[in-house]
Design a protein around this ligand. Sequence first.
Ligand code: BG6
Length: 304
Amino acid sequence: MTLQKYNSLRDQLSDNQYLSVEMRDALPVILVRHTDFSADLAIQGAQLLRFAIQNKEWLWLSETAEYKTGTSLRGGIPICWPWFGNAAKNPSSVTTHITGDNAPAHGFARSQDWSLTSVTESDSDVVLGLSLENPAHPAWNGDASLKLEVSMSASALTLALTTIAGQKEVAISQALHTYFPTTDINQTSIAGLEDESYIDALDGWATKTQTGPVAFVDETDRIYTVSRDLTLQSPGSTMILSGNNRTAIVWNPWIDKGARLSQFEDDAWKNMFCIESADVMDAAVTLQPGESHTLRMTLVNRSI
Ligand SMILES: O=P(O)(O)OC[C@H]1O[C@@H](O)[C@H](O)[C@@H](O)[C@@H]1O
């Protein structure tokens, strides 16, 4: 099956100037090698693994990432859908579609095979269209399909994740679970969340208010409301993250949880953090039959 997928992707991309496909262990990975930027995208999960401009890597990917069938890779931008995190923590509109006790964390879109549906390439950009038609899982009885558009250029990276409801009403929570690199987590901060309320998943899910920029001093796992662009500051790097998401998860596992995580070196917590452009909790999305919703995020580099 995997080899079939690889062969059909190779045929599909044979006329493209900047695109090719390679196998990494069990997974086909699309390679974008444009003159101005480069990227790697696993067709499983439609997971962007890398994006770089002039040797600056915009995403963090674990050195011990595993290219296995049915397992999300640690790093890049996994897609959490049709529920975020622990299924039971979702609002009832979302859990009504979840059956049984074996609902995987972060849904199932990140571990299923997607299709590459369109490719546009030019001197200035590359746009990949992917889809997960008729998404199905034993733990979900919802009816919707899912598309992802990944737009890459020498100035920006944009992801647009579109949910299209099927024959009945459906509610989903979702996140573009972006892993960012940093050379020093102790000198990393996020501006733009000042005065926003957040749920602290590490303090009994208490609701709190953010004072000043977010800094990382311990394990962090919070769901913020979002109303502005975010500025991600780390040594030598300033990135601006914008989008139409109403919530964002800020996460760093720190030392103890880092030691328990799969595909994660013991000291990797020092060099990564996640900001997940999300629609979760009260911001979960309900769609009537045939309606659609697009979650968008754009990343630009403002480093000097
Ligand atoms: O290991 P996973 O399933 O990819 O999840 C990673 C993290 O994802 C974050 O979104 C959650 O808030 C964390 O609690 C979780 O640990």
